[in-house]
Design a protein around this ligand. Structure first.
Ligand code: SF4
Length: 232
């Protein structure tokens, strides 16, 4: 199946969805956004990364803000950085390296995603990177075996293998994203550790959704005199 241009979903939505479905719904269905210290620092970091010129350092060609698209997976987005590592004939498996316009030789693409914080418990950053790899594979006609995540808090790069497990996880997240987008469902928030740093906490009110209650039903109950604790 091939998706049309108007059916493409943003890769960033995938990252939000895997981090927290409620956060995805607030941003991508309701158009909500709130800046906090982390999101502001992230915005500045991405502006800096994207504003740099393409450059070639020794055997590595660095491109910034590369537009990504996959009609097979139905995704669209932008890569912070894609490095192309030059390899010689015989140094790579068939289908691993691509030709680049105006650059001699063979090149292996490595997507690099920049994050302001530190590695997370959730696999949202890995899934986002894998989605970028899937787009690059379709655009360049090669297999992308690995990418890297850079975390500003630790100032470290982490290698991420684009393994079969990660590809499966990403495919499942893409299918879930499409289902929720088409169904326009509003997943409930559930308070947990990640909520502490979430810029949408005030809008989401995850503590009100305890015991499976939605915000709407909680507020309704507050004003219902028949219920214990209701406000007459
Ligand atoms: S506050 Fe928690 S539940 Fe609500 S959107 Fe943020 S991470 Fe998700």
């Amino acid at each position: 199946m091939r998706y049309s241009e108007e059916d493409l979903l943003p890769i960033s939505a995938l990252q939000h969805l895997v981090f927290c479905e409620r956060q995805w719904a607030l941003i991508h269905l309701e158009g909500s956004w709130a800046e906090n210290r982390l999101t502001a620092a992230g915005r500045v970091m991405h502006e800096r990364v994207h504003s740099g010129e393409a450059e070639t350092r020794r055997e590595v060609r660095v491109t910034r803000g590369l537009a990504l698209r996959s009609l097979t997976w139905g995704l669209i987005g932008k890569a912070d950085v894609v490095e192309f590592h030059r390899v010689e004939e015989g140094e790579f498996q068939p289908g691993e390296a691509a030709r680049l316009p105006r650059h001699a030789g063979w090149w292996i693409p490595v997507p690099v995603e920049y994050k302001v914080g530190k590695p997370k418990l959730e696999r949202c950053d890995e899934v986002q990177l894998c989605a970028q790899a899937l787009c690059l594979e379709e655009m360049l006609g090669v297999k992308v075996p690995r990418g890297e995540l850079y975390y500003g808090k630790t100032c470290q790069r982490h290698e991420v293998l684009i393994s079969e497990d990660l590809r499966r996880e990403t495919a499942e997240a893409i299918a879930r994203l499409r289902d929720l987008t088409e169904g326009k469902k509003q997943p409930r928030g559930r308070f947990d550790q990640k909520c502490e740093a979430c810029s949408l906490r005030d809008l989401c009110q995850p503590r009100l959704a305890v015991r499976g209650r939605s915000v709407a039903s909680y507020v309704e109950a507050l004003f219902d005199p028949r219920q214990e604790g209701g406000t007459a």
